[in-house]
Design a protein around this ligand. Structure first.
Ligand SMILES: Cc1cc2nc3c(=O)[nH]c(=O)nc-3n(C[C@H](O)[C@H](O)[C@H](O)COP(=O)(O)O)c2cc1C
Ligand code: SF4
Length: 405
């Protein structure tokens, strides 16, 4: 083990916020907010990771408004849940970990039958929505300019709210086929007004969102952008354009960028790699139409990309060379060799999702192994079984390792 690796385990600043090390738990929706309420399940999940030595944990899918949820089990930021969030975040921070929140809005990609403000999900352009089909909402509408202004306001208000309940950083989701990424992608944005067409126009809404959040939280509060390197589909976002996207996000005020890829709507396995998640989804799906659809369409929709470590490394390096802000790596960093590689590449922080689902105390275990001059591995086999559990009762855990114990 080299001294380079020591960098990963040493304190570092994200913007102006000091973290005790360079490891960050990635934003993951864990299905632990039944009826949209953050409670003990969510707290326990993050507490294990915070006590396990992580520099910062990220509470995923903090939706900016009720109709930004994919389904009504997801959390949206409103007054009723403020005390619960204050309590959870306070206890997490008491461990020495920092706490970030991922701000999201699903746009048209929704199966939420309990819409509050809208009659049906809206995106940049009218869209067939396969996810909504079993719920009886196959067609989605196009946002008006008024809808766009409203959406920006929800981000502004959510950013204020998040600072108030104790989050120490914001991570704005610009990828994976959700609301803002639907505007960035030429596949889903077919508008002919100032929000569609060339890259500049498709970046107009994301830039407005960053500016609104910055106005809400002030200059010293870290804002992170999670962007896509590629949609992984024909006519979608490709890496050359993603480099331009990164420049817009950087210039608009992001303190750091995370480079992910793939979309939940069209090509989700690009994000994860490894075995397809549709087998597990069929097992847990209770809607008979969705289950049948998954059996028929699953093998076509969910492509197989063999897992390899550091599968977004090249794209991350390209973005790093194009921007001034800090870089956070994500995507298949599960061994200490990979961590060492990223440290020697000069990335500022590393986000991990599956390794921390497999071993919530990964950070402490890896640090102890480093001190002892030994290698360490979370044990995650990248089987992706946990991903299929986001809609299962009780939510996400690692069934693969639980069966071995
Ligand atoms: C169970 C699960 C849920 C996820 N939910 C989200 C999410 O809500 N938002 C997001 O940006 N990424 C989500 N992801 C993707 C991860 O943040 C990450 O980009 C991906 O798993 C690759 O990182 P890894 O190789 O460290 O797992 C999820 C991943 C998993 C395993
Ligand atoms: S189920 Fe466990 S081993 Fe499989 S990908 Fe998820 S965390 Fe890793």
């Amino acid at each position: 083990m080299s001294d380079v690796l020591k960098r990963a385990f040493s304190p570092a600043k994200l913007g102006k916020l000091e973290l005790r090390n360079r490891l960050i738990k990635a934003g993951t929706y864990e299905g632990k907010t039944p009826n949209g309420i953050p409670g003990q399940d969510l707290k326990n999940f993050h507490m294990a990771i915070a006590e396990g030595g992580i520099g910062m944990t990220t509470i995923g899918y903090c939706t900016t408004e009720a109709d930004g949820r994919i389904d009504d089990q997801m959390m949206y930021l409103h007054d009723e849940i403020k005390p619960a969030l204050l309590n959870i975040i306070g206890d997490l921070k008491a461990t020495g970990a920092r706490v970030s929140g991922q701000m999201t809005h699903c746009g048209y990609f929704s199966k939420n039958t309990s819409m509050q403000r809208l009659d049906r999900p809206l995106g940049p352009s009218r869209q067939f929505n396969m996810l909504g089909l079993p719920a009886g909402m196959p067609f989605t509408g196009e946002m008006t300019l008024k809808d766009i202004d409203y959406l920006v306001q929800t981000y502004h208000d959510a950013a204020l709210y998040m600072k108030e309940v104790g989050f120490e950083a914001l991570e704005i989701h610009f990828s994976h086929g959700y609301g803002l990424s639907q505007f960035i992608s030429p596949k889903t944005n077919r508008r002919t007004d100032e929000y569609g067409g060339n890259t500049h126009n498709r970046m107009r809404l994301p830039v407005r969102v960053i500016e609104a959040c910055r106005k809400a939280v002030g200059d010293d509060f870290p804002i992170i952008g999670k962007m896509g390197l590629t949609d992984g589909i024909k006519d979608g976002l490709h890496e050359d354009e993603a480099i331009e996207v990164a420049k817009y996000l950087d210039k608009a005020g992001c303190d750091a960028l995370i480079t992910s890829g793939g979309t939940s709507s069209f090509n989700v396995m690009k994000m994860f790699r490894g075995p397809s998640i549709h087998h597990g989804m069929i097992e847990v799906e209770t809607n008979i139409i969705a289950k049948t659809g998954l059996k028929i369409m699953g093998p076509k929709i969910f492509k197989n990309y063999p897992y390899k470590e550091l599968y977004f490394r090249d794209g991350c390096q390209r973005v790093r060379d194009a921007v001034d802000c800090q870089m956070i790596y994500i995507g298949g960093c599960s061994t200490m060799e990979s961590l060492e590689q990223l440290m020697s590449d000069g990335v500022d922080f590393v986000q991990m999702a599956r390794p921390l689902i497999a071993d919530p105390a990964y950070a402490n275990h890896a640090m102890a192994a480093f001190e002892a001059g030994k290698p360490y591995d979370s044990g995650c086999t990248h089987c992706n079984r946990c991903v299929a559990l986001i809609n299962a009762p009780g939510g996400v855990y690692c069934p693969e390792l639980a069966e071995q114990r």
